[in-house]
Design a protein around this ligand. Sequence first.
Ligand code: PLP
Length: 401
Amino acid sequence: MPGTELFGEEEKKEVMDVLETGVLFRYNHDVQRKGVWKAKEFEAEIAKFTGAKHALAVSSGSCAVSAMLAACGVGYGDEVIVPPFTFVATIEAVLLAGALPVFAEIDETLCLSAAGIKAVCGPKTKAVLLVHMCGAAADIDGILAVCKEKNVMLIEDTAQALGATYKGKHLGLFGKMGSFSFDFFKITTCGEGGVIISNDEALIQSAEYISDHGHSHEGDNRGMEPHHMMGTNFRIGEINAAIGLAQTRKLPKILKAQRKHKAVISERLGRIRGVTFRKQCDDGGDSATFFHLLMPDETKARTCVKLLGEAGIGVAYWYDNMYHYIKQWDHVKDLKMPYRMVAHELGLPQDLKTLAFPKSNAVMCRLISFGIRVTWTEQELNTMLDKMEVAVKKSMEKVLA
Ligand SMILES: *Cc1c(COP(=O)(O)O)cnc(C)c1O
């Protein structure tokens, strides 16, 4: 949560601009707002930062995924390939669209693999919803080749990877559309918010209609503009956008600090025999929001997590996490909702209760991750690494009773 570490005067100033006018709504009120357009500015800032031609801010990363799927025409009964390791919001968006998730295997990139996608891609597959997990790129070249061969769309849930690039191009620009989240736990925050980027103007236009009941936002006469389609309310508010704007301007500084810390961590932990790191498809493009260790086996990983906990170092062991890995998603496997969805009606293409993920499990059970802080001093980082080194080495030798 680097953005929250640097939260300060800049955010307050942007928010005050909005409070001075009292126009909390992102559209219209051209006179009262006295030139204050925070949502528009936030979009322009994200477009500039990512190199996207168009950006649309919405109220959350989850809404961003829903709006992308809708704009891309993904709906009733369409099969969408998704990863079993993601924040569960990705899967929820597919189901809420009336589409059907099809799970494929991940590999040591922590993202869907090209081979995994190919193995489940069939005649009903409409799209691959690729998640660039934990701040770094999936195997884009390999995955784009499969998408082309199978004639399916690529859509990127880039919620966790703002600031990350692949071969110099920002993630989210390789498929039809890409989305970011600015919830409180992401690299930068709006409090709550999301942004969609795309180089396709028509798709972004569709997403904008969907995000605001079909309003076309022509002129300053809300309610009298033509409507081209229906939608819902995924709008971001001016206050959230103001915070996002200030946070986005801090991204270069955040990325620089994270990457510097990552280099120190890699150097130190790379010396320990038996430990490997997440496979990077473009190491320099990693936003370095997280650091990932791959232990030799599950027992050693669990031992290491325990020893790190005892040493006061908090890490994520995603394999057991309730919200990020399919192993704990009984509510998804049961399609538990208070109403009947398309997925209940049509049935899922895979039997999730018996579906096995041998390749994904083999990675996930060995994976230990921790967030890279921006505000670490050199000494704090080295003290933590000293403790880590002891714990990791010890877990290599000893297996806890
Ligand atoms: C956080 C996240 C989302 C949802 O974003 P919100 O802003 O919390 O709605 C979607 N997908 C992934 C991969 C995420 O990490």
